[in-house]
Structure formats: C-alpha cells, structure tokens
Design a protein around this ligand. Structure first.
Ligand code: AMP
Ligand code: MG
Length: 339
C-alpha cells in the first residue's frame, strides 16, 4: 500500500500541473501603465492587480471602440450615421442619449448635445471664425435636446437638421466604461483621459487616497491645489483649453452658451466637477461653466452628491463645503473661498 503522504504529494503535484495547464495558476499582482491616443487626447492608464495587464488591453480596445462610436467626424461612427440618416437603432447610443437628454433637462439646457451646427459655425477646431448673427440664429433654430431627439427603446430619431456632438460627454462616458473593466477584474488604478480622470480603488496598501493636482488654468505646470480622493471622477472644463483670437483681439473659446449661441461669457475660466459617475461629471463641468458663478452655486445647492471647484476670471477659487477635507489650496496668486 502507498504511504498517505506520498499519495497526498502526488495529488498536490497533479493539481498544480492541471492548474498550470489550464492557465489558472495563481497570478502575481503587477502594476502597469499604458498610453492611448483617442478622442483627440492622450490618455494614460495605470493599473495594479493580478489581472492588470488584461484590464489595460481591454481598456485600450474599449477607448478606441468608443472613439469610433461617438466621433461625429468619422463617417462610419454610429453618431455620424445617426446625424446623416436622422434615425438609428443602437442600444448603447440610445441609453447614452437618454442620459444626455436627462442631463440637459437637469441643467436647464446649459449642457446640450445638439449644438453641432453652432460648433461648426464657430469652427474652433480649424482655427475659428466669428459667424454672422444670421448664421448663429439659423444654427440656434436647429438645436435643443428637449425637442429634437426622440428615443423609443433602442430607436433614436432626430428632427430634420439636427446634428449631435458628444464632445462634452465622450471622455466622461469612456471613463465609466474603463472603470467597470477595472472593477470587474479587481484592478485598482488611475484613468487619466486628457485633463480628466477617475481613480479606482485604493492608491496603495498604506493609503486609500490618491493625490491629484488641480491644474492652474492656462499653465503647463502650475497647480491650484491638491485633491485627496478615490473612486471619484474629476472633470474640468476651461475656456483656456481651446480658443482663438479674432482680428480685433477678442478671444473666443469652445464652450458655447446654448441660449446665445456664442462662447459663454460667464466670468469663469474653469470648472472642475467631482462626481460618482463620469457622464454627469463631464456634462456638469461644461454646464456649470455656462451657468457662471451664481448659476453654478444655485445648481450645486440642490445637488448634494456633486462637488465643484470654480475658478473666476478675477482669480477667485470657490469650492464646495464637501471638499473642505479633500481639497488643499496651494497657489498664493489666488484667493480661496468655500461655499
Ligand atoms: P468640455 O471640454 O467637456 O467642456 O466639452 C466642450 C466641447 O463640447 C466643445 O468643444 C464642443 O464640442 C461641445 N460643447 C460646447 N459647448 C457645449 C454645451 N454647452 N453643451 C454641450 N456640448 C458643448
Ligand atoms: Mg464636459
């Protein structure tokens, strides 16, 4: 008869061989980084976990897929097809647009994904031009998420002449999708999509929080302050991100006020929104910029789950009371106020 110890050793060895052959061998935790160019910006992803490498590969594929889905300038994208044909059946786009229309409603129309005719009239992507007031009013007549988009199940229909632009929410949505790839694989990390980001899970075993520097508007290395956060989307909209200077010296930027059809003159230079979901953070950063200081403060007073940092043209930094223990001011050239 075989000795029970030898028998057990053989069983363990066999189990190890089976696990190795089936690819289920216990994996080591690794940390990796990947850079992706999508949605017109450089995205840097870091990931830590046993399945970090796999998460990054899937995240990269997902970011490229979403770019190809939402970019209205790519003729084969779902959004381009919808803009061209006026109707489309697409489950993902229908649910995304349902959320976009709700955000437009929630912000009193300050965020509006039907602004493409105005965006094209100002043409900031190609150097910019000042459209005539007739052009602006014609373009304005084709906008309005509340009346120009209808969604029934997975079917989307646009009123004639409507053209969608998802530039103000694309990265926020992409961040949500990457976060769920991380979470499904128990991976922690940072998802930096241009200047916007999402932190997933604890920074390290010693510290749950990530330190995120809030960039000074228009500066390449200056910061306004430091945020200590995790599991949060942080999205910034600023007038310094894309703009052009007209012949008379007037500066026109890329965030349009859907009421006037012109770049929002709200007295703000930047708005950073912190929220649990990426789409809200992204749409609200744009919308609060349009609303200006008093509109944004009135909006935030009714939205306890949303925090924001507003920077005014006069160098004031206003931040939500909920960020008191999270945000530390770091720039003496600015004055800071909690609201
Ligand atoms: P963001 O950088 O997220 O604020 O998005 C700005 C981009 O969204 C612009 O470059 C336009 O493509 C588009 N956009 C501009 N103004 C608005 C607005 N009020 N609502 C929705 N999209 C906008
Ligand atoms: Mg936005």
């Amino acid at each position: 008869m075989r000795h029970p110890c030898i028998k057990r050793s053989i069983s363990v060895l066999l189990l190890c061989i089976i696990l190795l052959l089936s690819g289920c061998a216990p994996q080591k935790e690794v940390s990796c980084t990947r850079t992706v160019f999508a949605m017109d910006t450089i995205m840097t992803l870091t990931a830590t976990g046993k399945r970090a490498e796999e998460a990054l590969t899937l995240a990269e594929e997902e970011l490229l897929r979403l770019d190809a889905l939402m970019n209205r300038h790519v003729q084969t994208s779902a959004v381009a097809r919808l803009n061209r044909e006026g109707m489309l059946e697409d489950k993902e786009l229908a649910s995304l647009l349902l959320r976009a229309v709700a955000l437009s409603d929630r912000t009193g129309g300050a965020f509006d994904c039907t602004l493409a005719p105005l965006i094209d009239a100002w043409d900031i992507a190609n150097g910019g031009r000042v459209p005539s007031s007739e052009e602006i009013s014609t373009a304005l007549s084709l906008t309005g998420s509340d009346t120009r988009i209808s969604i029934r199940g997975d079917e989307i229909a646009l009123a004639p002449g409507t053209v969608l632009d998802l530039g103000a929410i694309g990265k926020g949505y992409a961040g949500e999708r990457v976060r769920s790839i991380y979470e499904d694989r128990s991976v922690t990390g940072s998802i930096a999509l241009g200047g916007d980001n999402c932190l997933v899970g604890a920074k390290s075993k010693d510290s749950p929080y990530w330190r995120v520097g809030l960039r000074e508007p228009g500066s390449s290395d200056g910061i306004i302050g430091i945020l200590r956060i995790t599991d949060t989307f942080t999205v910034t909209s600023g007038s310094y991100e894309r703009f052009f200077t007209a012949e008379d010296g007037t500066v026109y930027h890329h965030i349009l006020d859907p009421k006037t059809g012109c770049p929002a003159r709200s007295g703000l230079v930047s708005v950073t929104v912190l929220a649990k979901d990426g789409l809200s953070a992204d749409a609200l950063a744009t919308a609060l910029f349009v609303m200006g200081e008093s509109g944004a403060r009135a909006f935030l007073a009714k939205e306890p789950d949303i925090s924001a940092i507003l920077i005014t043209e006069s160098g004031k930094v206003l931040y939500s009371a909920a960020l008191k223990d999270v945000f530390s001011p770091e720039n003496e050239a600015y004055t800071y106020e909690v609201f």
